[in-house]
Design a protein around this ligand. Structure first.
Ligand code: ADP
Ligand code: MG
Length: 249
């Protein structure tokens, strides 16, 4: 066991390479996310943002390099992997809630199965989390009875139920109707204010400007810029970032 201190980055990727067949999708990726920081990952479609998120909690194996969460190198498999993966909460574009379980049951499930928490304790924590994301009054409904924004907030509560050390968000608002985007972003901003370490892939520039400590810009599997949000938006250095911003702003 390594001993993590407050100076240990919550996420550290060093020299990470990933191939899909001949396609080199992560090219010597080096990134550190200190605890309590919010890092927004931007970049065109296909640049490797999702693969990076998936690599960080080993949903996707890497070909070389190292990834550590809170100072612990991620093991390739087995029980140690399950334990470390539980430290990393992940929220996807598609909410992936269990359709045949109520909202509160969705949030209770993983703590009971993985952390062996009792049903009563799991329910208590789940209700607190649903309250925190503003949908405690929806607890006994089924996912299909909720709006997209409410379902995504339930997915955030479900991830938080495992008491993760870090949260990864992969385009959490991309599948939502426009009027529901803000409620999910507000939930994420609250989480950031509470000090959660977050890596957020998003095209929501308002969120990046308001909540990000740093912006990482990816293109073609490379980290092209890693800088302050203000700096990135007003003074992007690379042609690729200028081109990207020109298309989305
Ligand atoms: P982004 O999230 O930035 O849009 P991805 O990480 O999803 O990019 O994809 C990066 C590249 O890897 C793309 O060229 C994509 O087509 C490719 N890719 C992603 N997943 C797979 C896979 N399972 N098999 C083969 N190629 C993949
Ligand atoms: Mg993606």
């Amino acid at each position: 066991m390594t001993t993590a201190t407050s100076a240990t980055p919550m996420i550290k990727a060093a020299g990470v390479n990933k191939f899909f067949g001949d396609l080199h999708v992560l090219k010597d990726i080096n990134i550190e996310v200190p605890r309590g920081q919010v890092v927004v990952v931007l970049g065109p479609s296909g640049s490797g943002k999702s693969t990076l998120c998936r690599a960080i909690n080993r949903l996707e194996p890497i070909n070389s390099g190292e990834i550590a969460v809170d100072g612990e190198p991620l093991p390739a498999e087995g029980k140690a992997l399950a334990a470390l993966r539980a430290d990393v909460g992940m929220v996807f574009q598609s909410f992936n809630l269990f359709a045949h379980k109520s909202i509160v049951e969705n949030v209770m499930l993983a703590p009971q199965k993985v952390r062996k928490v009792s049903s009563a304790d799991a329910r208590k924590t789940a209700m607190q989390l649903l309250d925190r994301v503003g949908i405690a009054n929806q607890a006994d409904k089924y996912p299909a009875q909720l709006s997209g924004g409410q379902q995504q907030r339930a997915a955030i509560a479900r991830a938080l139920a495992m008491k993760p050390k870090v949260m990864l968000f992969d385009e959490p608002t991309s599948a939502l109707d426009p009027e529901m985007v803000q409620e999910v972003l507000d939930t994420m901003i609250n989480l950031a204010k509470e000090g959660m370490t977050m890596l957020v892939v998003t095209h929501e520039m308002g969120f990046a400007r308001r909540a990000a400590h740093r912006v990482v810009f990816m293109s073609d599997g490379e980290i092209v810029e890693d800088t302050q949000p203000d700096e990135f938006f007003t003074n992007p250095r690379s042609e690729r970032a200028k081109d990207f911003l020109g298309k989305i702003l």
